[in-house]
Design a protein around this ligand. Structure first.
Ligand SMILES: Nc1ncnc2c1ncn2[C@@H]1O[C@H](COP(=O)(O)OP(=O)(O)OP(=O)(O)O)[C@@H](O)[C@H]1O
Length: 261
């Protein structure tokens, strides 16, 4: 297996050691079946990295992302996020870390249907106890940055898929998290809109140093990430610098500005 982990020793944001995950299910005969999904995963992701996780359906990508997002717990092994041992955190501390340290972006956008774009973006701040007017002010700033200021009062069904995903990305950014976890973020989008969303991630990574970890099935989406990890049957079988991202970076440097498209 090719590995670039040794090259990334400074400022680890994610450190996983010997992590395993199994699910126990009850079979038709009533007996318990154990399904091991992740096998002895070792992974370090430093602050500022842009990582794509690839692999066939069922290889364990979402399971790994759920653990990275503190939405699920490993069966064994350790996970340190920003220097904190996740297993030692209480429920409240986990909720706090999810709210403050991680921005989530999903394939289905996961916006609240009856709320405006503005209120969708402001929601994590409201949960964090910030007042409504301050939250909305900050949400509007984020929508401006993602090119959606004039759509602030639209509800999700009045927005295109790409616009909805920009709202979701604005929401993910509102607490200025060091980490964005994106699970198939372009899975519901056409090619051109996918490209715009990926350039937006690339810009956030380059200009603000936000660490981005995304799951994708598609090579042309993974091409934006600087590091490529491939899972197979719950094992990391490849972990390497992604040369394809250099071409994309050249194109971005040539003046593509997804924030205003
Ligand atoms: N909550 C669960 N209970 C039991 N088994 C589960 C659970 N979640 C996932 N699995 C199993 O774990 C394996 C990996 O699933 P996972 O969703 O992580 O794969 P994936 O690589 O994300 O697949 P896809 O690309 O189709 O989304 C599958 O065999 C799945 O059935």
């Amino acid at each position: 297996m090719a590995s670039i982990q040794a090259a990334h020793t400074a400022n680890p944001l994610i450190q996983i050691e010997d992590l395993c995950k199994s699910y126990s299910l009850q079979g038709a005969d009533g007996k318990t079946i154990t399904n091991q999904v992740l096998f002895s995963i070792n992974l370090t992701i430093n602050q500022g990295e842009f990582v794509a996780i690839m692999g066939h359906s069922g290889s364990g990508k979402s399971t790994l992302m759920n653990i990275l997002g503190c939405l699920d717990t490993p069966t064994s092994g350790s996970y340190w996020l920003a220097g904190k041992n996740v297993a030692a955190l209480s429920g409240d501390e986990l909720a706090h870390i999810r709210n403050q340290s991680i921005g989530f972006v999903f394939q289905g956008f996961n916006l609240l249907k009856r709320m405006t774009a503005l209120d969708n973006v402001a929601t994590p701040l409201l949960y964090a106890g910030i007042g409504r007017s301050q939250s909305r002010k900050r949400a509007l700033e984020l929508l401006r940055r993602t090119g959606l200021e004039s759509f602030a009062m639209h509800q999700p069904n009045q927005l295109s898929g790409g616009q909805q995903q920009r709202v979701a990305i604005s929401r993910a950014l509102i607490n200025e998290p060091p980490l964005i976890l994106a699970d198939e973020p372009t899975g519901n989008l056409d090619t051109q809109t996918s490209r715009e969303i990926m350039l937006l991630f690339e810009q956030l990574n380059r200009d603000q140093g936000i660490t981005i970890v995304l799951v994708t099935h598609e090579d042309d989406i993974a091409a934006y990430a600087k590091r490529l990890i491939r899972l197979k049957d719950g094992h990391i079988i490849l972990d390497q610098h992604n040369k394809a991202s250099e071409t994309i970076l050249d194109q971005a440097a040539a003046g593509n500005s997804p924030m205003t498209q």
